[in-house]
Design a protein around this ligand. Structure first.
Ligand code: CU
Length: 477
């Protein structure tokens, strides 16, 4: 199928990374949004055999974009258009969501809500100009616990027009797998325990598709690290032994640079870090995950080469990104405020909920595989009546009330939001996010300007939760 947009043939069409030298020669300033160069990729979703664990483990049977997990890195410059031809080589329906990119509604990749699902053997063409530079990612949003859980995701990098100076710009895609002794995926995606508790947490963590890899580094170099949590449900808390990363962006949006002893990333969250390699030639340092404290493990190792330091003191260049261009929400009596009640799960108080327009009791909900509800509705096939409707330009304030015994990561489609308060307190710093992590029984208030028309999903990004009811829609008119 074609997007049918006029003017495609008059635009410069560029094929993936191979086009970079040509593109670099093009003037980048002053490009009209409708006439930007197009960066084109093909993504074929299909089964693939991929080595996650080192021998003697055999390759794992996965589902991948382009035969690898993560799939191809989609990299473009701010002001370019991204065109992706999705081919469905699976035996089931699929679609791709561009997480965190404020795309037009018809490009958001939500079957039955924003597009028809892509049938086996069929194609769908996505095309949009990302409005923000930053670190984003893409993944299947169809049968997501299974399709994303089997490997269907990748990273999108939209480079700033004037990026901070670094020696290398790298992506770390973290994932979590439940593998058996032969390194094959345990096919228990229908586990009621996962659905009703913390989600599908695995037993094997990978970084860029490999267990505990080495990152070769050179003393004195400055690296920008774009870290993405691509896992179904696992939360990461990374500690860089012997190094002090500076956070310059969260969920793709710039933040006043800051340092913390560890970096916590819930599912679907991202952080851009700047790290000066302050070790000496030949040294090695572990990157450790400590979130599940009883079981810390090595995510990666920084392996210094024997080369002499690139420079003796850290690079003297600014690292702050240009401020965000998002419209600032205004909290006053004209803003639209809604309590978003999150209920359900094991040890929860959910007794009844609407499914597909009919109220059902708890035993019927469980038989139906529905364990969670948003505002009294267990989300079903992504077509629910909107829980809120906002006119374009209006500030929306969502009071997210986690009335469950489990953590959740709430993601809004089409919009990034400000964190207004957590546990009733203002946050330490002003941040934009598209995914917020709620601890059990935690309340968090978020706000955004509803400026992207359409029907959009709001859901938990612990994918088993979303699939088992923790999803809703909101409308921007
Ligand atoms: Cu959840």
């Amino acid at each position: 199928m074609s997007t049918g947009r006029p003017g495609l043939t008059r635009r410069r069409l560029l094929q993936g990374a191979a086009a970079a030298p040509l593109l670099a020669a093009l003037p980048r300033a002053g490009l009209a949004a409708s006439d930007g160069p197009i960066r084109e990729y093909r993504l074929r979703a299909a089964p693939a055999s991929v080595r996650l664990a080192a021998p003697p483990f055999p390759p794992s049977a996965l589902w991948c974009y382009g035969g690898a997990t993560p799939g191809p890195e989609l990299r473009l410059r701010h002001g370019e258009r991204l065109r992706v031809v999705l081919e469905n080589g699976l035996d089931e329906l699929t679609a791709v969501h561009w997480h965190g990119v404020r795309v037009p509604n018809e490009m958001d990749g939500i079957s039955f809500l924003t597009q028809p699902p892509v049938e086996p053997g069929q194609q769908f063409v996505y095309e949009f100009e990302p409005p923000d530079a930053g670190t984003f990612w893409y993944h299947s949003h169809e049968n997501a616990p299974v399709q994303q859980g089997r490997g269907l995701h990748g990273v999108i990098v939209v480079e700033e027009r004037d990026p901070p100076r670094v020696d290398r710009d790298l992506v770390w895609s973290l994932d979590d797998w439940r593998l058996d002794r032969d390194a094959q995926i345990v096919d228990d995606f229908d586990s009621a325990l996962d659905y009703s508790r913390a989600g599908r947490i695995g037993n094997t963590v990978t970084l860029n598709g490999r267990t505990s890899p080495e990152l070769p580094v050179r003393a004195g170099e400055r690296i920008r690290l774009r870290v993405v949590n691509s896992a179904n449900a696992r939360i990461f808390q990374l500690r860089f032994q012997g190094h002090q990363p500076t956070v310059i962006a969260l969920d793709g949006q710039p933040v006043e640079p800051f340092q913390e002893p560890s970096l916590t990333l819930a599912p679907a969250q991202r952080a851009d870090l700047v790290i000066d390699m302050s070790g000496r030639p030949g040294e090695r340092f572990a990157v450790i995950d400590t979130f599940y404290g009883q079981n810390p493990f090595r995510v990666a190792e920084l392996a210094y080469s024997e080369e002499p330091p690139l420079r003796e003191s850290p690079l003297d260049a600014p690292i702050a990104l240009a401020p965000v261009a998002l419209p600032e929400p205004v909290l006053d009596d004209r803003s639209l405020t809604k309590e978003v009640l999150l209920e359900g799960g094991d040890l929860g108080r959910l007794r009844k909920a609407y499914v597909d327009g009919r109220q059902r009791g708890l035993s019927e909900l469980i038989l139906d595989g529905k364990f969670w509800a948003v505002c009294g509705v267990a989300g079903f096939r992504q077509v629910m009546p909107p829980f809120i409707t906002a006119e374009r330009g209006r500030t929306v304030v969502l009071r997210l009330l986690n009335r469950t015994a489990w953590p959740h990561t709430i993601h809004t489609h089409g919009h990034s939001f400000r964190i207004v308060s957590r546990h009733g307190r203002e946050p330490d710093r002003a941040v934009w996010r598209d995914t917020v992590w709620l601890e059990p029984e935690e309340d968090t208030v978020v706000a955004f300007v509803a400026d992207n028309p359409g029907d959009w999903l709001l859901h938990c990004h612990m994918l088993s939760h979303a699939y088992a009811g923790m999803q809703a829609t909101f409308r921007v008119t």
